[in-house]
Design a protein around this ligand. Structure first.
Ligand SMILES: Clc1ccc(CN2CCN(c3c(Br)cnc4[nH]c(-c5ccc(CN6CCOCC6)cc5)nc34)CC2)cc1
Length: 277
C-alpha cells in the first residue's frame, strides 16, 4: 500500500521517526516507520534554506524526478516526497546493511568474489539507468548502500542527468573518481559511468582509490596520465577487468553489457538469498 501512496499527499505525521541514520550537508536521514502500514523507510529531511543558500534546488529536483522513475533491485527506491514551509522530505527505501564505504573502511578491502558481486550489481543498476538515458556521474562508495540481503543499492541521484544523446558539460562527481574527459574538456556521456565503476572495483579490491594527488592538479595529472598501479595480490582476471574499464578514450572502455555477461564475473557472483539479520 505504500506504493499506491505515490498519489497521496504525505505529512510528517504519517511517520514515527526513529534514530538518525546519518547527517549530510543539507539535512539528515532518519529511520522512520509509516504509522498505518508499519512500513520501515529512510526519511531524508532537507532544509530549504540550506538548499537555497547553496543553489542546490535543481540538484534536488533532478534527484526526485530521476529516482521516482527507477524500479530496480540495485537502485534505492524513492516511494514519495513531501514538504512543509522549511523542509523537503524524501521517503526512501531503507537499506538495512548500511553504507558500502563504512563496510570497506571496517574490512580494509573485500575478497574478490564479494567485490565482483558488488561490481556486477552496480553494472545491473547502471544498465537500468542507461536504458532510461540517465547517467549517474557520481559513483563512489559513499553513494552505495547495502540492502538486507547484502545486495548493492545505488543511491543519491543528485548528480544524475538525462543523457539524451548530446554530451554533457557540468563538472560534478568526486575528484578521485573523475574520468579524464571530465577533468579536461568536460564533454562526457554514459561511458563516464564505466570509468567510475572501474575506479570503484579497484577501491573495493585494494582498499584505496587508484589515482591520488596532494591537490586536484596532481590528481588530474595522474588520472589523465593513467598513473596507477595494481598491487600483486589482485588476480590477473580482476586486473584485466580494471584495465579494460580505466581507458582514457571513453569509446574504448569495456561496455557494461559485456561486464554483466562476462562468464568469469558471473562465476564469481555470490548468492544473495539469505536475509542478513
Ligand atoms: Cl542529507 C543526507 C544525510 C545523510 C547522508 C548520508 N547517508 C545516506 C544514506 N542513508 C541511508 C539511506 Br538514504 C537509506 N537506507 C539507509 N540505511 C542506512 C544504515 C543502515 C544500517 C546502519 C547500521 N550499520 C549497518 C552495518 O553494520 C553496522 C551498523 C547504518 C546505516 N543508512 C541509510 C544514511 C545517511 C546523505 C545525505
Amino acid at each position: 500500500e505504500i506504493l499506491e501512496a505515490e498519489r497521496r499527499t504525505w505529512t510528517i505525521n504519517n511517520f514515527d521517526i526513529g534514530r538518525p541514520l546519518g547527517k549530510g550537508k543539507f539535512g539528515r536521514v532518519y529511520l522512520a516507520r509509516e504509522k498505518k502500514s508499519e512500513f520501515i523507510v529512510a526519511l531524508k529531511v532537507l532544509f530549504k534554506k540550506e538548499l537555497m543558500k547553496h543553489g542546490q534546488e535543481n540538484v534536488l529536483r533532478r534527484e526526485i524526478e530521476i529516482q521516482a522513475r527507477l524500479r530496480h533491485p540495485n537502485c534505492l527506491m524513492m516511494y514519495g516526497y513531501f514538504y512543509d514551509e522549511t523542509k523537503v522530505y524524501l521517503i526512501l527505501e531503507y537499506a538495512a546493511c548500511g553504507e558500502l564505504f563504512k563496510k570497506l573502511q571496517s574490512v580494509g578491502r573485500f575478497p574478490e568474489a564479494e567485490a565482483l558481486t558488488y561490481l556486477a550489481e552496480l553494472t545491473d543498476a547502471l544498465l537500468h539507468l542507461h536504458s532510461k538515458n540517465i547517467i549517474h556521474r557520481d559513483i563512489k562508495p559513499e553513494n552505495l548502500l547495502i540492502g538486507g540481503y547484502g545486495e548493492l543499492k545505488l543511491a543519491d541521484f543528485g548528480w544524475s542527468v538525462h543523457s539524451s544523446g548530446k554530451d554533457r558539460k557540468t563538472v560534478c562527481g568526486t575528484p578521485d573518481y573523475l574520468p579524464p574527459e571530465m577533468c579536461k574538456d568536460k564533454l562526457h556521456n554514459k561511458s563516464c559511468d564505466i570509468w567510475c565503476a572501474g575506479v570503484l572495483l579497484y577501491e573495493l579490491l585494494v582498499g584505496n582509490a587508484p589515482f591520488e594527488g596532494r591537490d586536484h592538479k596532481a590528481l588530474f595529472e595522474n588520472i589523465c596520465g593513467l598513473n596507477y598501479r595494481i598491487p600483486p595480490f589482485v588476480s590477473s582476471s580482476a586486473s584485466k577487468l580494471i584495465r579494460d574499464m580505466l581507458v582514457i578514450n571513453p569509446s574504448k572502455r569495456r561496455p557494461l553489457e559485456t561486464i554483466a555477461r562476462d562468464p568469469w564475473v558471473q562465476g564469481q557472483r555470490l548468492k544473495r538469498d539469505t536475509l542478513i539479520i
